[in-house]
Design a protein around this ligand. Structure first.
Ligand code: NAX
Length: 287
């Protein structure tokens, strides 16, 4: 049997955390033959809720789940972890300036970065989900200089998956047959969803998305804005921000990173450095 992999989820008592931890415990992230030990971190006001999540994980009797650490202690949370999914952070609230959110997140990400640097397993892979994701990842990188910068990424896979979903709906094809969309730029409304290399597997072979859609106007305008503004549309509909899709996309991101991108597909992972070199402001939107 394989040795268990330790996966940290910060902000585990929140909505994404609640959707994400059972996916990890079921093998969605690392494979159905990979045992896991979940480390869950949250802050003291959420400690009781966090313990409730731990109780449910026990009650679900997941065969792959070999242990659960639920804590408000950042060092205990980070010790020995092989993968860290950073979902916790300070959300921007009404009336708050960006710089206020930033300074809160700088202190959070600074202490979590140092704890990861000192106590995580060697070669720990980090995925930042909490917004502003690009900037939080950059802060983490600055304060964890001994973690290889290749191992610090932030979540853009949700935008990628949203683009696949829109193409699949438009063409009435299976989403798994749509390949190689790209998201350029930040996880923000300035992103550019790119279908110029995207294809669809059809019974007649692989066809370019641009040929099948045959409506450049839609691809160049509505498709792009729908993907860019999908987060806001979900909030409007649910009165809560995306959670199950964010959790599922976080699993996709780590799975492809750990187990490899399927052959002939582009790896949809953005390394913070590359991401910031595109000239966009790194925190132009909070969804
Ligand atoms: P919730 O507010 O439901 O959960 C956040 C959790 O983080 C709470 O339980 C809170 O107590 C905890 N937390 C706060 N400070 C913490 C700290 N210092 N250490 C540990 N835990 C801490 O938010 P949720 O809907 O789960 O969203 C989490 C984050 O994901 C937000 O920042 C959100 O903006 C971001 N998102 C990022 C997406 C992406 O594609 N990159 C998409 C979805 C989502 O909007």
């Amino acid at each position: 049997a394989k040795d268990p992999i330790r996966v940290l989820v910060t902000g585990a008592a929140g909505q994404i955390g609640y959707a994400l931890v059972p996916m990890i415990a079921r093998g969605v992230m690392l494979g159905v033959d990979q045992p896991v030990i979940l480390h869950m971190l949250d802050i003291p006001p959420a400690a009781e809720a966090l313990n409730g999540v731990k109780m449910e994980l026990i009650d679900a009797a997941f065969p792959l789940l070999k242990g659960v650490v639920a804590t408000t202690d950042v060092v205990e949370a980070c010790t020995g972890v092989n993968i860290a999914v950073m979902v916790g952070g300070f959300p921007r609230k009404e009336g708050m300036e960006r710089k206020d959110v930033m300074s809160k997140n700088v202190s959070i990400y600074k202490s979590q970065a140092s704890a990861l640097e000192k106590h995580a397993a060697a070669n720990c892979k980090v995925l930042v989900v909490a917004n502003p994701a690009n900037t939080n990842a950059l802060i983490l990188k600055e304060f964890a200089p001994s973690i290889s910068e290749k191992n610090i990424t932030c979540l853009t896979r949700l935008d990628h998956n949203r683009a696949l979903g829109q193409i699949s709906e438009r063409l009435n094809v299976q989403v798994s047959d749509v390949k190689n969309v790209i998201i350029w730029g930040n996880h923000s409304s300035t992103q550019y969803p790119d279908v110029n290399h995207a294809t669809v597997n059809t019974p007649a072979g692989k066809k370019p998305v641009r040929e099948l859609v045959a409506d450049d106007e839609w691809l160049n305008s509505e498709f792009i804005t729908t993907v860019q503004q999908r987060g806001a549309a979900i909030i409007k509909a649910r009165k809560l921000s995306s959670a199950l899709s964010a959790a599922s996309s976080a699993c996709d991101h780590i799975r492809d990173w750990f187990l490899g991108t399927p052959e002939v597909e582009f790896p949809p992972i953005i390394v913070v450095d590359q991401d910031l070199s595109n000239g966009h402001t790194p925190f132009s939107n909070m969804f």
